[in-house]
Design a protein around this ligand. Structure first.
Ligand SMILES: Cc1ncc(COP(=O)(O)O)c(C=O)c1O
Length: 401
């Protein structure tokens, strides 16, 4: 097969209403007063998707009626085959529900499986819509912060034991791989997490949206694939959106092997007015099926490209800016960088990045207080863009200090 893609190509995303690139959004979020920023924030990629995905959508587009649709017959077999061959997880097609995104699914699960005033556990620094979803639904956040040991993020098991003993904690969100710290949890870490949650009757929401973006030398283990007990005690949120750059199509798959839980979640999804809880969105399903079936070589090349981007960024920032630490990227395309060693105040660093350097990054404290002094850098872009941003960061900081 010809490898008909070029990750070095800079693709103009202006006038596509891209959340990541839209100038109006950038000036509102970053408030730099600049009309251009290099945006390495929102977690989508600046790469064209695999040609097969576009062709599949074009084929469906050619029929000019886009009415209510049922399950796309290609979708579930493609999803099931993908998880079997990439993750050795045998998903039964009965177990799959669909929602218009993982964040909606997290909301539906919180609504259905906890009561107002209950607590939901998260492991900060972590993807900030988790806390937002918990609070917006009138629940409380229970924090089990990750800790740093020997330069690596780990779960704080003693604290997890203690926090989950609180009977008000009903759910725990496992972010696996972890956004933003880039950890791919080992089988042993997941086992400990799962056992503690089961012992304390805390149901697990396993958000594994980044599970295909695994750097060489690491292996993602699907939480629910580890044992029947883990499967029955958890709900797993998956999507082709991060893997294949399809986030705007709003299609995700929620895997619930326990029939009672599944029926309850199905009812919740339906009650909230999403008509196709078994099949998803029209184009989302078409695109995901094509991606799972045909884009594996694209993904393999993408991972090599991302890993090279990571190596470039780590070497460049750590060489040019002594005091800055780039954490190991085991999974995702989101790199977690510690600027604390520069001794800059939070406000100064942010002003320097936004105004002097002209880069738009996810600031660490968005992910919780333990993220203060950090930045999350999205490296899923052509190397030329990444290099432009990295050079601007170095120049901005050097000017400042
Ligand atoms: C851990 C995690 N979960 C969920 C999402 C978003 O999922 P969706 O767009 O399907 O709502 C993201 C996006 O960055 C993420 O990093």
């Amino acid at each position: 097969m010809t490898r008909d893609w070029n990750f070095d190509e800079e693709v103009d995303r202006s006038c596509t209403a891209s959340m990541k690139w839209e100038p109006e959004v950038l000036s509102r979020v970053f408030g730099s007063g600049r009309d251009t920023l290099v945006p390495l924030w929102v977690a989508d990629m600046d790469f064209k998707c695999h040609p097969a995905v576009r062709h599949a959508m074009e084929k469906r587009l050619a029929h000019p009626i886009y009415g209510y649709s049922l399950k796309d017959p290609a979708y579930l077999p493609a999803l099931i085959s993908w998880y079997k061959r990439r993750h050795q997880w045998e998903i039964d097609e009965q177990w799959v529900l669909t929602t218009p995104g993982v964040v909606p699914a997290v909301n539906y699960i919180i609504q259905r499986f906890s009561q107002p005033g209950d607590k939901v556990l998260i492991q900060p620094p972590v993807y900030y819509p988790f806390a937002r979803s918990i609070l917006n639904n009138g629940r409380q956040v229970a924090e089990n912060p990750l800790k740093i040991a020997d330069g690596h993020y780990r779960m704080d098991v003693d604290d997890l034991q203690e926090k989950t003993r609180d009977p008000r904690v009903k759910l725990a969100i496992l972010c696996s791989p972890h956004n933003p710290v880039g950890r791919v949890w080992t089988r042993q870490e997941l086992d400990t997490f799962g056992r503690i949650c089961i012992e304390n009757q805390v149901r697990v929401i396993a958000d594994e949206i980044h599970c295909d973006l695994i750097m060489p030398g690491f292996k993602h283990v699907c939480f629910a694939s580890m044992s029947d007990a883990f499967a029955h005690h958890s709900i797993t949120c998956l999507a082709a959106s991060k893997t294949f750059n399809l986030a705007g199509l709003q299609q995700s798959s929620i895997i619930v092997s326990d029939p009672v839980l599944r029926q309850e979640l199905y009812t919740q999804i339906e009650n909230l007015g999403f008509v196709n809880a078994e099949g998803g969105t029209l184009f989302g399903a078409v695109a995901a099926a094509a991606a799972y079936n045909e884009a594996e070589p694209w993904l393999e090349d993408l991972i090599v490209y991302l890993h090279d981007n990571y190596t470039y960024l780590k070497t460049f920032l750590e060489t040019e800016l002594p005091g800055v630490t780039v954490y190991e990227l085991q999974g995702t395309y989101l790199v977690w960088v510690d600027f604390n060693g520069l001794g800059l105040a939070e406000k100064e660093r942010i002003r320097m990045l936004e105004e002097q350097a002209g880069v738009g990054l996810d600031h660490g404290d968005w992910f919780g207080a333990t993220g203060r002094g950090f930045e999350r850098i999205n490296i899923a872009c052509p190397r030329s863009i990444l290099a432009r941003a990295a050079e601007a960061i170095v120049a901005g900081i050097s000017q400042f200090s």
